[in-house]
Design a protein around this ligand. Structure first.
Ligand code: ATP
Ligand code: MG
Length: 424
C-alpha cells in the first residue's frame, strides 16, 4: 500500500506551481509599488498568541487549530492566519516608532476544517498589513490595491467588493445586546429556529449568527438589527468617510450588513472580495481594520488594517483560463559518453546566457530521446552523436520547420539568439 497525503492537504505539481509563482511574484511586485515589503514569520507560534488575538470563542481557536505540546512541554499551534504573527513580530522588533509600517506575507496556514473545493486544511494566503493610519483613506487604498492586483492577474471579472462596519469597543457591546435580544425573541417550532451551532454562538459569539450559511439562520438574520444603525459617532464618521473615498476612487462596492468576520480582532471596517465562480467558497480576499489588536498584544494603541487572499482560490479561478506551460529554449539529446559530456558543456554555456535548457539524461536510443524532445515543447533540439562529439559539433534541429544544420558547439548560442529562432 502506498502512503497518501493526509486529509485536506494537497500537492502543488509543477504546472500549477508555475501559476502560483505568477500569482505570488505579481503580488509582491505590485504591493511593493504601494510600499509593502515582505515579512516572513514562523509557521508555528505559542498557542496563546492566537487565543489572545483571534479570540478564545472563535471557530478558529475553538475547533480548528493544530495545537500540540512540544518535547519541552510548551503548547504550540500551527498558524491559522497571518495577522497575529505580524503584529507580534512588529512589537518584538520594537518598530512602534516606525509608522506607517506596511508589510506583506505569503505562505501556508493551517485549519482543521471540513475539506471541499476551495477549502483545505493546509491552505496558502497572500496578505498585507498596514499599521499606523487610522483614517478611511487607508482602508480605501487597500481595497483599491486588491482590485488592482486581481485585474493585473486577469481575474478582474465577476468580482464584488463587499463592505461593512463592525463598530468598536464603544458601540458594539450595545448592539450585541440588542442583537441577542432579537435572536432570542424569534419564535420557532421547537424553541429557537437557529441551527445548533448558532444556538451556541448566541451565547459566545452572537455576531457570527449573521453569517451562518444555513437557510433557517439566514431567514432570521435577514430581519436582524444591523450594526450600521448602531455605530457610535466616530465609527459612523469613519464609515461615511470610507464610502466617500470609494466613490471618489470610482470603486464599485456593495454594503453587506450581514458580513462579520470569523476573527474577534476586527473593528470598524470589514470587507470581502467575492466571486460568483467558486460556489460556496466565494471569498477570494477578506480583511478589515483591527484598531485594538496591537494594544491587546501588549503594545501601544496603533490602528491598523489588513487583508488576506486565498491562493488556492485564485489558482482555481486562473485554471479556468489556462496558461501556456513554459517550454525550454532547447532540449539536449546525446548518445555516447563523449557526446553526453559535450552536451553538458553546451547546455552549461547556454544556461550561463540565461536560457532554459533541458538535458534528456535518460539514455537509450536517439529515437526514444527525440520523442521526449518533441514532447518537451522546446523549439530547438541539440543533437549529439559520436561523430559530432569527435568534431566538437552539434546538430541543431528546428522542431517546427523540421530543418537541421550542423554548427560548431560555440556557434549554438549566437544561433539560438537570432530573432527567427527566438521567435519560435
Ligand atoms: P471563509 O468564509 O471562506 O471560511 P474566512 O472568513 O475563514 O473564509 P479568512 O480567515 O479571512 O477567511 O481568510 C482570508 C481568505 O483566505 C479567505 O477569503 C479565503 O480566500 C482564504 N481561506 C480561508 N480559509 C481557507 C481554507 N480553509 N482553504 C482555502 N482558502 C481559505
Ligand atoms: Mg473560515
Amino acid at each position: 500500500m502506498m502512503i497518501q497525503t493526509a486529509r485536506g492537504v494537497r500537492d502543488i505539481l509543477p504546472e500549477e506551481a508555475e501559476v502560483w509563482h505568477f500569482l505570488e511574484e505579481t503580488a509582491i511586485t505590485l504591493f511593493g509599488l504601494y510600499g509593502y515589503q515582505e515579512v516572513r514569520t514562523p509557521l508555528f507560534e505559542k498557542s496563546g498568541l492566537f487565543s489572545r488575538a483571534v479570540g478564545e470563542t472563535t471557530d478558529i481557536v475553538e475547533k480548528e487549530m493544530y495545537t500540540f505540546t512540544d518535547r519541552g512541554g510548551e503548547s504550540l499551534s500551527l498558524r491559522p492566519e497571518g495577522t497575529a504573527s505580524v503584529v507580534r513580530a512588529f512589537l518584538e522588533a520594537g518598530l512602534t516608532r516606525q509608522l506607517p509600517w506596511r508589510v506583506c506575507y505569503r505562505g501556508p496556514m493551517f485549519r482543521y476544517e471540513r475539506p471541499q473545493k476551495g477549502r483545505y486544511r493546509q491552505f496558502h494566503q497572500l496578505g498585507c498589513e498596514l499599521l499606523g493610519p487610522a483614517g478611511p483613506l487607508a482602508d480605501a487604498e487597500q481595497m483599491a490595491m486588491i482590485l488592482d492586483y486581481l485585474r493585473r492577474v486577469g481575474l478582474g471579472e465577476g468580482l464584488t467588493l463587499e463592505i461593512n462596519s463592525l463598530g468598536c469597543g464603544a458601540c458594539r457591546p450595545g448592539y450585541r445586546e440588542g442583537l441577542v435580544g432579537y435572536l432570542r425573541s424569534v419564535p420557532g417550532d421547537a424553541g429557537s429556529p437557529l441551527c445548533e451551532n448558532c444556538r451556541r454562538r448566541l451565547r459566545e459569539n452572537p455576531l457570527r449568527v449573521l453569517d451562518c450559511k444555513l437557510p433557517e439562520c439566514r431567514a432570521v438574520a435577514a430581519r436582524a438589527p444591523v450594526m450600521r444603525d448602531h455605530l457610535c459617532p466616530p465609527c459612523a464618521d469613519h464609515f461615511r468617510g470610507l464610502v466617500a473615498e470609494l466613490e471618489g476612487l470610482a470603486l464599485p462596492y456593495v454594503l453587506n450588513p450581514l458580513m462579520v468576520r470569523g476573527l474577534d480582532y476586527y473593528t470598524r471596517t470589514a470587507f470581502e472580495v467575492t466571486t460568483t465562480r467558486l460556489g460556496a467558497q466565494n471569498a477570494v480576499a477578506a480583511g478589515g481594520r483591527y484598531d485594538s489588536l496591537v494594544a491587546q498584544l501588549g503594545g501601544p494603541e496603533v490602528p491598523a488594517i489588513g487583508f488576506a487572499m486565498g491562493l488556492e482560490r485564485l489558482a482555481l479561478l486562473l485554471a479556468e483560463s489556462p496558461r501556456a506551460a513554459a517550454a525550454p529554449a532547447a532540449y539536449v539529446v546525446a548518445v555516447g559518453e563523449a557526446a553526453e559530456l559535450l552536451g553538458a558543456r553546451v547546455a552549461a554555456s547556454l544556461r550561463g546566457a540565461g536560457l532554459r535548457v533541458v538535458a534528456d539524461l535518460m539514455g537509450g536510443s536517439m529515437k526514444s530521446q527525440m520523442k521526449r524532445a518533441d514532447r518537451s515543447g522546446a523549439p530547438v533540439t541539440l543533437i549529439l552523436g559520436e561523430e559530432e562529439a569527435a568534431k566538437g559539433q552539434v546538430m541543431v534541429k528546428n522542431m517546427a520547420a523540421r530543418t537541421q544544420r550542423i554548427l560548431a558547439w560555440e556557434e549554438v548560442l549566437p544561433y539560438l539568439d537570432t530573432p527567427s529562432v527566438r521567435g519560435g
